[in-house]
Design a protein around this ligand. Structure first.
Ligand code: GLA
Length: 650
């Protein structure tokens, strides 16, 4: 996306196939007035592009792209493969996905394909070949959008073709069946397999399913979708050498491991619909932006979709109050986005999403929503200096799909919400105005002076070594409860959790002996060097070589250490936290951890509703509350109206 580097991209999905052609002219005119630079075309147009197998109708798309081109609007061209036409389901019912209970899902909604269907793959690739050869050199096309929200609605299919593909994937991973038996621990409950032919997908079963089989199927399913994405991208690449190719991620989406996907997209793009009725959505949305930036290794990303106001899939669909669409949009830019796009340009008159807001509402241009859209478009024209700019961070927060999936399986010590757990730590830094990057636990963290590993339940030997290196090199490490419990096959690390006998236990100087999730929601006290309240979780830990900072006052682990730190030669520090801190206790801990990491907080005390982040020499400051507030940043007083957001020189 290098053609007009001085503009933040602005626009949305454009579905002209839902409208008669006179509307198309009005669309281009209104897009220009709203400062739209970019639209995503043909996301769900397969049935119109290929009404019968092998009969293509590209005339209408030629017309649309030419009109947009004449109007100076750039196009992100979709491959239209997210929703196959009726004829595919009719001729190839085996292409439809099967649920965990063995139910074949029907045609009539969208995304009704099994990721391993040969028929789907054949027809999808044929369409992409046609599109790529026809539009590769079209002057309006500035990027390609492959599929749509891979894994949304149908992340896994339990059909016979998926079963076969799973066996192939397992053969590649384990080579022989004994290795699979060892990895899956099949000696338990008489699950031993004699051959790969006996191995199935983990469909609904009488009781807890084999944990490693379930995790491997999650991994396989993400890989199967990635293979589809990559196959389409390869076809496009063979026709359009230099045009960026992407697909839209969905923030923290459990079913698709974006660490493994990110290297295959030229630009990370994301869809995010923060819930205005959820006071914690400000945390989730800031974190999702930071995740997108982190997935791309710090590179700018693209907000591919958001809503201008209400969605149509929540109970109830609360609209965005004035200021909130702007705040969401500028938050994305401040946290690294080079574009702000929406679902969708013109609100649909029919179909499943006719009540979903759009840039141009049913009521037309003289509306609250559209006037806000115009004002924002105009404002974004003045932020061109941010295009390509970095968002510096010194704190890294480990995030890992294996841990997410494994800790939320059946048969674990408690029902744990992994994302919520991670976000509690993220929020601790957000409240101090400290920017955080997300990091895979195996990744090199040497650019960060403070690394936090919350509930890092699954740790490979590489991850254990990577984490242990943080305090050894003189930086600060924080590891929390439920970390290092199992390896990548979900086998317990024996000899005390925290990576068993390994390097991490040495780094922290403690080992975990027993878990004690609390039976009720009652808080328990922590006292010592850092005091406060904690909830939900206690552990019995043994201290080998660390300083006890605080102990539990009550509960199963009363008198036992709750917080420890081991100080290393060279200035490194390794903290262990054996419980879930309250918000106030988290604020105290963050203060201590920032000090050990030599990271300065922007707010000297925790601020609940204000966020701040620096990008490209501009500091973004935003108020997520409906009421006005005042904050002090760098000794400057900043007045913010309700849902207000400003940029100040940093
Ligand atoms: C997703 C899809 C869009 C649309 C929106 C509605 O992001 O990609 O096609 O369905 O949700 O919120």
């Amino acid at each position: 996306m290098t053609e007009t580097p001085s503009r933040i991209r602005y626009g949305g999905d454009y579905n002209p196939e839902q409208w008669p052609t006179p509307v198309w002219n009005e669309d281009v005119r209104l897009m220009q007035q709203a400062h739209v630079t970019t639209v995503t075309v043909a996301v769900f147009a397969w049935a119109l592009l290929e009404p019968e197998p092998g009969r293509y109708e590209f005339g209408w798309l030629d017309d649309v792209l030419d009109r947009l081109n004449r109007g100076g609007i750039r196009v992100i061209l979709a491959t239209a493969t997210a929703s196959p036409p009726a004829w595919l389901a009719h001729r190839h019912p085996e292409s439809l996905p099967v649920s965990i209970d063995g139910v074949r899902l029907a045609f009539g909604s969208r995304q009704q394909f099994s990721p391993s269907s040969a028929a789907y793959r054949h027809h999808a690739m044929r369409l992409v070949t046609q599109l790529a050869s026809r539009y590769a050199a079209h002057p309006a096309v500035e990027a390609w959008h492959v599929g749509n929200e891979y894994g949304n609605h149908v992340p896994r299919s339990y059909d016979p073709e998926s079963q076969e593909a799973f066996r192939v994937w397992l053969r590649n991973r384990y080579v022989d069946i004994d290795a699979l038996n060892a990895a899956w621990g099949t000696a338990f409950w008489s699950q031993t397999y004699q051959s790969f032919a006996e191995v199935g997908v983990p469909s609904a079963a009488p009781m807890i399913r084999n944990p490693t089989q379930v995790l491997d199927f999650d991994r396989f399913s993400s890989d199967a979708l990635l293979a589809l994405y990559r196959a389409e991208a390869e076809i496009i690449r063979s026709h359009a050498r230099d045009v960026p190719i992407t697909t839209n991620f969905m923030g923290f989406f459990k079913d698709v491991d974006y660490w493994s996907w990110a290297p295959h997209v030229d630009v990370v793009s994301d869809d995010l619909y923060p819930d205005p009725a959820d006071p914690r959505s400000r945390v989730l949305s800031a974190a999702a932006r930071d995740l997108m930036r982190s997935l791309g290794g710090g590179k700018p990303w693209l907000l591919m979709e958001q809503a201008t106001s209400a969605v149509n899939w929540r109970p109830p669909n609360v609209p965005l109050a004035d200021g909130r669409h702007r705040l969401n949009s500028l938050q994305a830019v401040a946290r690294g986005a080079d574009g702000v796009l929406h679902f969708q340009w013109r609100q649909s008159a029919a179909g499943a999403e006719k009540f979903h807001s759009a840039m141009l509402p049913h009521a037309g241009e003289d509306t609250r929503v559209h006037q806000n859209v115009r004002r924002l478009g105009e404002e974004l024209t003045r932020l061109g200096d941010l295009v390509g700019a970095d968002v510096p961070a010194k704190v890294a927060l480990c995030f890992d799909w294996d841990s997410w999936r494994a800790i939320e399986q059946d048969g674990t010590p408690a029902v744990v919400d992994y994302l919520d757990t991670v976000l509690r730590f993220y929020e601790g830094f957000l409240r101090r105005g400290v920017t955080v990057d997300f990091l895979h636990p195996e990744a090199d963290s040497s650019g960060y002076s403070l690394v936090i590993a919350p509930a890092a339940h699954v740790l490979s030997d590489d991850a254990v070594r990577a984490l242990a290196s943080v305090s050894a090199r003189g930086d600060a490490l924080v590891v929390t409860y439920l970390s290092g419990v199992v390896d990548e096959n979900l086998h317990i690390r024996l000899g005390g959790y925290l990576g068993g006998e390994g390097a991490l236990r040495g780094a922290l100087g403690v080992r975990v002996e027993e878990f004690a999730p609390a039976a009720d929601g009652a808080p328990f006290g922590i006292s010592g060097g850092i005091s406060g309240e904690a909830h939900f979780w206690q552990e019995l830990i043994r201290v080998d070589d660390a300083q006890v900072v605080s102990t539990f006052d009550s509960g199963f682990a009363a008198g036992s250490p709750a917080i420890t730190v081991k100080r290393h030669d060279g200035g490194g520090a390794a903290w262990y936290l054996a419980t879930r801190p309250s918000t106030a206790l988290m604020d105290e801990l963050v203060t201590a951890w920032l000090a050990d990491g030599r990271v300065a907080a922007v707010f000297d005390r925790a601020v609940a509703d204000v966020e701040t982040v620096v990008r490209g020499g501009r500091r973004f400051v935003a108020n997520h509350a409906a009421t006005p507030t005042v904050v002090t940043v760098d000794d400057r007083r900043i007045d913010l109206p309700g849902y207000g957001a400003v940029w100040v020189e940093s």
